[in-house]
Design a protein around this ligand. Structure first.
Ligand SMILES: *[C@@H]1O[C@H](CO)[C@@H](O)[C@H](O)[C@H]1NC(C)=O
Ligand SMILES: *[C@@H]1O[C@H](CO)[C@@H](O)[C@H](O)[C@H]1NC(C)=O
Ligand SMILES: *[C@@H]1O[C@H](CO)[C@@H](O)[C@H](O)[C@H]1NC(C)=O
Length: 481
């Protein structure tokens, strides 16, 4: 069925759908650890690379759901959340070949975006023992157009594949609070040092969207990640067949102060030895009481996204620290630097061939890796700054606001990779973009939210950006790293 929809009709549709889209934003103000621990990929042993870890103190090399629940504290602000959230850390390698941890600004934000499937008003909470990984640590290339073609054309190969969606779920947001922010998930690779120096004066925000479609059967990673899948637009859209249950859509944000190395020769790398960013990834282990979480999913639907607006949540002081206990093999491992190799002696793999795999490592005893390539072997794409789109005509720009990836209001698509005509979707769907948070000294402003409607039509694609329903401005301090 081919049809075109007018802007007015779209807006009406949006208004009808609005009440079902809610979210909350879990601030995890401090890291609970920085260590080579990954109970999903390397259960029972020291993991290959170093992770920035947030959440329950019960986390460890073979942590289970019960261990997380039994943890004495959480570094996230809602005390009922004993989940574990972790991503690889970011390092800088200088011209002498030495590595140093990049400062993480604040802790992390974990968004719980509550998007039910089309035609359904409910979502399922994560079940006990649920775990998942987003991204692929071994990925080292990107074979799609840069920047992305509009989401409205993602309904054909290769864009309707999990392989594409998994790569489109990574974001490297160049932060410069003096200018209009970029949209979330705009750039899917690590910009090079020269680009970061020239443009990203406030550092880099790493963004990661998790799959939200579940097969309803398996919980654990040992079955690989095939128990979950991305919906058709990564964050929103429809679930593929075989994955009927819609979970909260998890979205991680961490900010790294890459600009502290301005002017120094060298390169940035993800802790898994990845200078491209294509292999960025993250892990989640559910640590809520599932009955409580279901209650929160059903009732904490205030569109403000503030945890304070959910009466169920116990909110702890944002400066509370909560640390995991390191295994003895890692207690004296230097993961901050300067160090002569990445923690775990991880070799640098610049692609385009896949990296060798995140095998479990052991404490570093041997010599540093022989040849660490200082320059990436593949041309990492360049993608210049593109201002996100401002919310509504009535909104005045505030640094730190939320801006969607800029899209024309009406576009006819002729994307080269599309071989069959786009098939019109049954109805419009929506996409959401994250909040930005911006630091001014040690004060953080958290603001805003934008919503975008993507409509698949043929031959004309209409994309309408509508104002966020509610915005708020909140100022607080974040702790020292
Ligand atoms: C609606 O979604 C819920 C939560 O994922 C699921 O349990 C239920 O089976 C869905 N209902 C239909 C009719 O698909
Ligand atoms: C947690 O670890 C950090 C960094 O090592 C340290 O500064 C802080 O004091 C620790 N907090 C507690 C409660 O042990
Ligand atoms: C690009 O990555 C894919 C998936 O990891 C891999 O199969 C392919 O061989 C890589 N391409 C090259 C040229 O190495």
């Amino acid at each position: 069925m081919h049809f075109a929809i007018s802007s007015a009709a779209l807006t009406a549709g949006f208004l009808f759908l609005t009440p079902t889209n809610a979210f909350w934003r879990m601030p995890c103000r401090e890291r609970s650890g920085l260590a080579r621990i990954d109970p999903l990929v390397s259960p029972g042993s020291i993991s290959q690379h170093a992770h920035a870890i947030h959440g329950s103190a019960g986390f460890g090399i073979d942590a289970s759901y019960n261990d997380l629940i039994a943890g004495s504290c959480t570094s996230c602000q809602v005390t009922q959340d004993k989940s574990a959230y972790w991503t690889p850390a970011l390092y800088f390698q200088n011209a002498a070949g030495e590595f140093q941890l990049v400062d993480q600004v604040g802790g992390m934000l974990a968004y719980y975006l509550l998007y039910p499937n089309a035609g359904n008003t409910s979502l399922s909470a994560f079940p006990e023992n649920f775990q998942m990984i987003a991204g692929n640590t071994n990925q080292r290339n990107f074979t799609y157009p840069v920047p992305d073609i509009p989401k409205s054309n993602w309904n054909v190969a290769p864009y309707n594949t999990q392989a594409f969606l998994e790569q489109a779920a990574l974001g490297f947001n160049c932060l410069n609070y003096a200018i209009t922010p970029e949209g979330s998930l705009y750039r899917h690779f690590l910009p090079d040092k020269a680009y970061l120096d020239a443009n990203c004066l406030d550092g880099l925000r790493l963004e990661l969207m998790f799959p939200s479609c579940w097969d309803g059967q398996s919980f654990e990673i040992k079955d690989q990640k095939e128990h979950v899948a991305y919906p058709s637009e990564v964050m929103t859209g429809t679930c593929p067949s075989g994955f009927p249950i819609r979970l909260p859509s998890l979205f991680y944000e961490t900010i790294w102060n890459t600009y502290e190395f301005v002017g120094q020769a060298g390169q940035f790398l993800v802790a898994n030895g990845d200078p491209t960013g294509f292999g960025y990834h993250g892990d989640f282990m559910m640590g809520w009481d599932p009955v409580f979480l279901q209650d929160a999913v059903n009732t904490c639907t205030n569109p403000s996204g503030q945890i304070e607006d959910c009466p169920l949540f116990n909110i702890q002081d944002e400066y509370t620290t909560c640390n995991i206990t390191l295994p003895s093999a890692l207690v004296s491992e230097n993961v901050v630097g300067p160090i002569s190799s990445l923690p775990g002696n991880v070799p640098i793999a610049s692609g385009p061939a896949p990296a060798n795999g995140a095998t479990a490592g052991s404490p570093v005893t041997g010599a540093p890796p022989a040849a660490s390539s200082a320059a990436s072997a593949i041309p990492v794409p360049t993608l210049s700054y593109s201002a996100g789109q401002s919310l509504a005509s009535t909104d005045t720009y505030i640094p730190g606001g939320i801006f969607a990836v800029s899209v024309p209001t009406s576009t006819t698509i002729a994307a080269p990779a599309i071989t069959t005509p786009p098939v019109a979707a049954a109805s419009n769907t929506e996409s959401f973009f994250s909040t930005e948070y911006t630091t001014s000294g040690r004060a953080v402003l958290e603001v805003l939210w934008v919503e975008e409607i993507v409509t698949v039509t043929d031959p004309v694609t209409t994309t309408v950006v509508v104002p966020g329903r509610k915005r708020h401005l909140r100022r607080h301090m974040h702790g020292q790293q």
